[in-house]
Design a protein around this ligand. Structure first.
Ligand SMILES: O=C(O)CCc1c2[nH]c(c1CC(=O)O)Cc1[nH]c(c(CC(=O)O)c1CCC(=O)O)Cc1[nH]c(c(CC(=O)O)c1CCC(=O)O)Cc1[nH]c(c(CCC(=O)O)c1CC(=O)O)C2
Length: 342
């Protein structure tokens, strides 16, 4: 049945017109129905670990927009949470974790994560049963670099300076942390695939702060390790890798990581995107603020992407997650325009 899922077809290199689409963070705060469920669920992580609620919020944008893929409602920080880093999401201030000390790194290797994450895997299983047959189901994890930035600093930071500093001062310990995160993440992705995910995405959302040597060592190498570990167990796995802000470093990113498709943020020129598309599927890359602006800004952004990338293997998406300020009516307009229904 997966043959009829357009996103799986594109991940196999096929050009489909109009392109299939989904949006990062499509289940989220911009939807009133998400906010209602969120209010009932308790904390944000309670929502992530409650299959009933996580299935409900994942399905909400599918009911509204019939996106070609659902993305599992979870978060990249469930891995540190499973590693006992005491992850908390305070209202409006973003995540807080217990900052990692250097001597706490190596013991992480022997910590099991899958018991803690079993409710998320149950959510995947239920979603595959409840989604329309033609709708793909995507799983995901954070890339080791991006997850490490939260574990080292203990919270989000503007340019990940604490982690860049730590990596320069303690390169061996930092490399060990990235290795451990790659192994735990690969185990988590294989479980998502086995539970019914058609493909998985690896989010390296903070790759854009890395210099050339650091991008190779902290972004490409650990993601390649996840891809190799997953493919060693599930050779047919379809993997999307998204390194936000990577710019010209994307030229070697598909080959360097072994990913089937690469996600592009909105700062990637469409001329470069078209070059990258010659090597395989690309995903993106509308500026999420165009969805907030709506009107001509939204339409012009969509048209430029379809003109430049619509004749090759493309999964239409934003260049990063949809923001809470987006108007659901603008998302409906986006879907109609991408599908040529205007
Ligand atoms: O600012 C920071 O560094 C912390 C960011 C943060 C995270 N989870 C968070 C927050 C607070 C917030 O979004 O306000 C907390 C978070 N994660 C999520 C939500 C829901 C929403 O966006 O309104 C929220 C807000 C929760 C709430 O307040 O109700 C859910 C989430 N996180 C994520 C995903 C996967 C995806 O993006 O589609 C998904 C699933 C979305 C879906 O099912 O449609 C992944 C995620 N979580 C996170 C990151 C780090 C980078 C980033 O935020 O963009 C990333 C990767 C990424 O989106 O690029 C960490």
């Amino acid at each position: 049945m997966t043959g009829t899922r357009k996103i799986v077809e594109v991940l196999n290199g096929k050009t489909i017109s109009p392109p299939p689409l989904w949006l990062m963070r499509q289940a989220g705060r911009y939807l009133p129905e998400y906010r209602q469920t969120r209010a009932k669920a308790g904390s944000f992580l309670d929502l992530c670990y409650s299959p009933d609620h996580a299935v409900e919020v994942t399905l909400q944008p599918i009911r509204r927009y019939a996106f070609d893929a659902a993305i599992l409602f979870s978060d990249i920080l469930v891995i540190p949470d499973a590693l006992k880093r005491e992850v908390r999401f305070d209202e409006g201030t973003g995540p807080r974790l217990r900052p990692l000390e250097i001597d706490e790194i190596r013991p992480l290797a022997s910590m099991p994560v899958m018991d803690h994450l079993s409710p998320v895997i149950e959510t995947v299983r239920r979603l595959r049963r409840e989604l329309p047959q033609e709708t793909a189901l995507l799983g995901f994890c954070g890339a080791p670099w991006t997850v490490a930035t939260y574990m080292i600093a203990g919270h989000g930071t503007p340019d990940q300076a604490p982690t860049r500093f730590f990596a320069y001062k303690e390169p061996k310990a930092f490399a060990a942390l990235l290795d451990i995160l790659a192994e735990k993440s690969a185990e988590y992705l294989v479980a998502q695939l086995d539970a019914g995910a058609d493909a998985v995405q690896i989010f390296d959302s903070w790759a854009g702060v890395l210099g050339e040597a650091e991008f190779a060592a902290y972004a490409v190498k650990p993601v390649r390790r996840i891809v190799d570990l997953v493919r060693a167990q599930r050779p047919q796995a379809k993997i999307i890798a998204f390194a936000k802000g990577a710019g010209l470093f994307l030229k070697d990113y598909r080959q360097g990581t072994g990913a089937d498709a690469i996600g592009l943020d909105w700062t990637i020129p469409l001329s470069l995107a078209a070059e990258l598309q010659k090597d395989g599927p690309v995903q993106g890359n509308l500026d999420p603020q165009r969805v907030v602006a709506g009107g001509a800004a939204l339409n012009e952004g969509i048209d430029a992407i379809l003109d430049a990338l619509g004749n090759g293997p493309l999964i239409f998406n934003l260049g990063h997650g949809i923001t809470p300020q987006a108007d659901p009516a603008n998302v409906a307009a986006l879907v109609r325009r991408v599908r040529g229904q205007v």
